[in-house]
Design a protein around this ligand. Structure first.
Ligand code: HEC
Length: 262
């Protein structure tokens, strides 16, 4: 919420900010003023009026929402006529867009032709901020994220260098598994089952990270059974949420990462 003196703001370009991911912008507009024209309430590219009301000790604000793609968001002024007094400026609430399931899941063949015009900066935002990807729950890049999946900095130089192979690693992670990252299932003598990755072993314990990113040690004497499975610990359903262009952008981002030896 901005200053009270902004209650008479006008025009199409009053408030600008950047969002790192696709968002829904909720705009609470003082019910004592008509929503300004730039909101285009009810039109296809405008804000959608809702019945949700936010109350303050001064007034009531009706919530309207609109989706914006990642990048710059520009909102206009509070009024059409510039009149001040007896009202408040609008309130802005920002919500990362929840992932939506695509009607047709993305396939490797859909992505490959788009690699040529992929955008690494858009891919970077998806990698770090998208609710649909959560790549940093497992991968560590640019000093952020968890460290129990392969270091992706080397991806352009690894045994699987070709962009189409990286697309496959994202959409069908179990088709080819990075050496040492096979999913392990450990059943303990108490009957508990853990699935994840073995990070290391000492004489008595196995250091383990499960698919929920929890790290712990398991005593070897407590292990009843160990099975190495030919599946990746990486989620296999990314293609149900990311469009072909989004997957291409992720690949462009990974290929543009500076290599440690360069
Ligand atoms: C639940 C943990 C997890 C998440 C979330 C995850 N990954 Fe992975 N990823 C792994 C593991 C484990 C491997 C190694 C096994 C394999 O090859 O599939 C891997 C492998 C990869 C590889 C192959 C690496 C190589 O050296 O060839 C790529 C590329 C990759 N991930 C990209 C991504 C991207 C992009 C995302 C987000 C859309 C993501 N991962 C999300 C766990 C994860």
């Amino acid at each position: 919420m901005t200053a009270n003196a902004d209650s008479g703001s006008t025009g199409d370009d009053f408030l600008t900010f950047s969002v790192p991911t696709d968002v829904n912008v909720w705009l609470g507009h003082d019910v004592r003023v008509a929503p300004p024209k730039w909101m285009r309430v009810g039109s296809a590219d405008g804000f959608v009026r809702t019945d949700h009301i936010v109350s303050t000790n001064d007034s009531k604000f009706r919530l309207h929402w609109k989706s914006f793609e990642s990048g710059k968001v520009t909102l206009g002024g509070n009024t059409d006529n510039g009149e001040q007094g007896g009202r408040s400026n609008y309130i802005v609430l920002i919500q990362p867009k929840p992932p939506t399931r695509l009607a047709n899941p993305t396939t490797i063949g859909d992505v490959v032709p788009l690699l040529a015009k992929a955008d690494a900066e858009r891919g970077r935002r998806l990698f770090f901020f998208s609710q649909a990807t959560r790549c940093t729950n497992c991968h560590h890049v640019e000093g952020r994220g968890q460290k129990f999946a392969p270091d992706l900095k080397s991806i352009g130089k690894g045994p699987r260098r070709k962009p189409a192979e990286i697309v496959e690693s994202i959409l069908k992670p179990s088709a080819w598994i990075v050496e040492g990252f096979r999913t392990q299932t450990i059943v303990t003598t108490k009957g508990k089952t853990h699935s994840g990755i073995v990070l290391g072993e000492t004489g008595d314990v196995v250091r383990f990270v499960d698919t929920n990113a929890r790290r712990f040690d398991i005593k070897k004497s407590d292990i009843e059974e160990r099975v190495s499975k030919n599946v990746s610990a990486m989620p296999g359903n990314v293609g149900e949420f990311l469009t072909p262009q989004q997957v291409a952008d992720l690949v462009a981002y990974l290929l543009a990462l500076p290599h440690p030896d360069s």
